[in-house]
Design a protein. Sequence first.
Lengths: 113, 114
Amino acid sequence: EDQVTQSPEALRLQEGESSSLNCSYTVSGLRGLFWYRQDPGKGPEFLFTLYSAGEEKEKERLKATLTKKESFLHITAPKPEDSATYLCAVRLFRGGATNKLIFGTGTLLAVQP
Amino acid sequence: DGGITQSPKYLFRKEGQNVTLSCEQNLNHDAMYWYRQDPGQGLRLIYYSQIVNDFQKGDIAEGYSVSREKKESFPLTVTSAQKNPTAFYLCASEAGTSDYNEQFFGPGTRLTVL
């Protein structure tokens, strides 16, 4: 069964304390992995797309990496405004019939000043 | 500014009523999606449309219906057949069916059944 698992479910950091969020997947026919940020009561905001193992992307204090089985979202020297839920999603290949995404349940990040 | 709008932001429904959630995009995207988000669960796909006048069921389509008469609009109707409709509903759009396109999300509609 295609599955996306995010860990930890919740993470509390002090401002400036770097850490990583994990997204592991067991799917066949991966066609991309996506990271989103979601603030309470709002829609997800796109952050990164990764397509192949070894790929890395950076944006401000965030860096996303991808291996054949998992992706990491590294947060360097976080600030309170980085507090949000971070969602991971994978796109599956199903013979070209759909661009379906499967989402993980997210990691709730709280950064304390 | 280009983007996706959803209305209303909050919606209350009495049992037995049908309600329609609006989703409009001005990004000129071909594909549009409806997801449902519940606490502790990942986003689940309700319906999607890759082109005007065509749509397909997602993983949890029972109790929902959609239409795609215009490229810009993809309304979702939550019918009385949906037994547990209280949730946060998200609409998304995507430029096309390439693997390289990301989905952009609207601000969401929170539906509560009274």
